[in-house]
Design a binder for this molecule. Structure first.
Ligand code: NI
Length: 228
């Protein structure tokens, strides 16, 4: 499932992050520092050293915003969030087709982290740059995302994806991964659809007894499929 989650960050928070990132100076490093053997040859961008103080400050802001977002929680069922990372693509930069690594080492404590979901949180106004689209390939074809600043796209980490070359301006974004309580995308999608339907029924104050049964079914499926 690929989902657009609007307004993860308020405009003033986007501005605060952009200012901190603009002042990161030597913390900006070649994006290939964290690329694997498949990604490195096609990756041309810059990212903030994930252990730098500016990265840690910005990671806290994004992680707190994600934890508050009900749509993100329902869709991702996060068990753990990889510390958010920050990148920029200037003119001529892009990132060719690749699949993200399945297991990463957590930058702060070194534990293994399974990447079930990938997310990109856009931090640049889409009118301020040309190109720089995130293109995600699935069985239905190729989907493009170039979202307003503060909006996010969430997609299965199993997906082939790329960032098309930027031809004008600069594209700044935050990206990271989620280790989900429900690792299978199909199972997670069923739970998301069920939860969304229950929220709608609750909002319309439909048959409360039937709603109670559905909430029980949701939690029993979560218990069956969830790992914590
Ligand atoms: Ni990627």
């Amino acid at each position: 499932m690929l989902i657009h989650i609007p307004q993860i960050l308020a405009p003033e928070t986007v501005a605060q992050l952009r200012m901190a990132l603009a002042q990161a100076g030597p913390a900006w490093v070649d994006g290939r520092a964290t690329a694997g053997y498949q990604g490195a040859p096609v990756k041309l961008n810059q990212q903030v050293d994930e252990r730098s103080s500016v990265a840690i400050e910005c990671q806290r802001v994004v992680a707190a915003a994600l934890e508050r977002n009900a749509l993100f929680i329902s869709a991702a069922l996060p068990n753990a969030l990889y510390p958010p990372m920050f990148n920029r693509y200037g003119e001529g930069m892009g990132f060719g087709l690749h699949v993200d690594g399945g297991i990463r080492l957590h930058p702060h404590h070194g534990n293994k982290f399974r990447t079930d979901l990938s997310l990109t949180l856009f931090l640049s106004d889409p009118d301020s740059y040309d190109g720089g689209e995130l293109q995600i390939v699935d069985t239905y074809g190729t989907h493009s995302a170039k979202l307003p600043a503060g909006d996010m796209v969430l997609y299965p980490s199993t997906s082939l994806h790329q960032v098309t070359p930027v031809t004008r301006g600069e594209r700044v974004a935050c990206f990271t991964w989620v280790q989900s309580m429900v690792r299978d995308d199909g199972d997670r999608t069923l739970l998301f659809e069920l939860d969304t339907a229950i929220q709608r029924l609750n909002a319309t104050q439909a048959d409360t007894e039937a709603c109670r049964t559905l909430v029980g079914t949701y939690h029993n499926l979560l218990r069956k499929w969830g790992e914590v």
